[in-house]
Design a protein around this ligand. Structure first.
Ligand code: ATP
Length: 461
């Protein structure tokens, strides 16, 4: 495989993606007619197709193509003790600082200059005072307070402490508490993994950057249970596999990198952690994490539930609490990566052609059927071609405006193939297929179109 490298991204890429997303129906601000709700976004008709494809691709790679990973779909609301066992009630906090001058709130670790502070240590008096507010520039930041990021709600009609439940801040706890259920019902021996896609909620102090950091988001997580002695080897395996996954979907190699967590960044239970980062318009940022979580999770759930979650290894005749190597990807963040990375501008005659070069398996529509003219004699044949294609994959149908404009529209939403029905089609029963990336056109007999496009998609699987 030849790794793709990036062409220079336009300076205003971030704004262009937000505007294209809104204009073409990928992502809308939530509750927009009421003025929107901070950091909440809705996926429109094309966005939901893209998101479904992002999830399906991950699911296929992580479960269907592997012998050693199975799937799960656990509920969002879980027994409240889960979050005590996991450490979230005590520790899932961010240091919150207020600016006394402009009244804005920030996460201390996101303020430029705060990175020299060691996590877990209280900020020395005067240190925070030495930092400037990123909004107004004044030196009036308060000392940090720990703010728990979990959303609370009440289960049942009584709003009291005993009825408090949390919206899960990560999906993986649903996997840990089902470890025995999955192991026993699938009769698996270690090592094996469990994959899950689902919503997570975090009351982030500073959400923003479009769909990068939101309070409601989806995660695609896989937890790999293994012997303690093998955890490092599996960690190396998964970091490699996950990077190759993104390269395989054509993400530019020079916009991807690993970042190893420093000693002070590691969660107290983690033996190793590495992020896969993308060069977003606002800098290098994580969109997937690979973590060696040791035996912390199952040990804690054993303690708190009173159920023995240890494992007897028949080959080594040893009993141990399994180690977990996790791959944790954000669905919305990786979709954002695919959106940014797909965006290309090319000079074309006197215009600029905007083309979203999505990998065809991720593209919302695989094909668009475009009758050359709106004349009724072309409609029946065009509708029949559309009917043949849509049985196999999402196919758009567009008969408005000039053919050139319609090609542009399909380029802008990343449709890999446009199928044009013209007057000659009535005689030769053939259509023209135009390729999004090369813009080359080929004449193909109508009965062969569906098979040809399917075989091109199959070749990418
Ligand atoms: P960050 O440092 O950006 O807050 P994190 O290290 O807390 O992220 P994890 O807990 O490792 O993130 O979550 C795994 C993945 O879930 C992240 O790589 C990201 O893709 C996604 N994710 C986490 N928080 C959010 C959020 N608020 N909005 C969107 N995606 C998120």
């Amino acid at each position: 495989m030849v790794a793709a490298t990036s062409e220079a991204a336009p300076a205003d890429l971030f704004d262009k993606i937000i505007s294209l997303s809104k204009r073409r129906g990928f992502v809308f601000p939530s509750s927009e007619i009421y003025g929107g709700l901070s950091s909440c976004w809705d996926y429109g008709p094309l966005g939901v197709e893209l998101k479904n494809n992002v999830k399906a691709a991950w699911w296929r790679a992580m479960t269907q193509l592997r012998d050693d990973v199975v799937g799960l779909d656990a509920s969002i609301l879980m027994h409240p003790t889960v979050w005590h066992a996991s450490g979230h009630v005590e520790n899932f906090t961010d240091p919150l600082v207020d600016c006394r001058n402009c009244k804005q709130r920030f996460r201390l670790d996101q303020i430029p200059g705060a990175e020299v502070l060691e996590p877990g240590e209280p900020a020395p008096e005067g240190f925070v005072a030495g930092l400037a507010c990123p909004n107004c520039g004044e030196h009036q930041l308060t000392s940090p307070r720990q703010f728990n990021l979990m959303f609370k709600t009440f289960m049942g009609p009584v709003e009291e402490d005993a009825a408090t439940v949390f919206l899960r801040p990560e999906t993986c706890q649903g996997i840990y508490v089902n470890f025995e259920n999955v192991r026993v019902t699938t009769r698996r021996k270690l090592p094996f993994g469990v994959a899950q896609i689902g919503k997570a909620f975090r009351n982030e102090i500073t959400p923003g950057n479009f769909i990068f950091r939101t309070r409601e988001f989806e995660q695609m997580e896989q937890q790999f249970f293994c012997a303690p002695a093998e955890a490092e080897q599996w960690f190396q395996h998964w970091r490699k596999v996950r990077m190759e996954y993104y390269l395989g979907f054509g993400v530019a190699a020079d916009r991807l990198r690993y970042r190893q967590h420093g000693k002070h960044e590691l969660a107290h239970y983690a033996a190793a952690a590495e992020d896969i980062e993308y060069l977003f318009p606002f800098g290098w940022k994580e969109f997937e994490g690979i973590h060696n979580r040791t035996d912390y999770d199952l040990r804690r759930h054993s303690q708190f539930s009173g159920k023995d979650l240890s494992y007897f290894d028949e080959t080594t005749r040893e009993r141990y609490t399994p180690y977990i190597v996790e791959t944790s990807a954000g669905c919305d963040r990786s979709l954002f990566v695919f959106l940014l990375d797909a965006y290309h501008e090319e000079p074309d005659k006197d215009e600029t052609r905007v083309v979203m070069r999505f990998h065809p398996l991720l593209a919302p529509y695989k094909a668009a059927v475009l009758p050359l003219s709106k004349k009724p004699e072309l409609a029946a044949l065009s509708r029949s071609v559309h009917g043949q294609l849509r049985r196999f994959f999402p196919t758009d149908y567009d008969e408005t405006q000039s053919i050139g404009r319609r090609y542009r529209r399909q380029d802008e939403i990343g449709t890999p193939w446009c199928v044009t029905v013209d007057f000659e089609s009535l005689n030769d029963q053939a259509v023209t297929i135009r390729d999004r990336d090369t813009m080359l056109q080929e004449r193909v007999p109508i009965p062969e179109v569906a098979g040809l496009l399917r075989s091109r998609l199959d070749a990418l699987l």
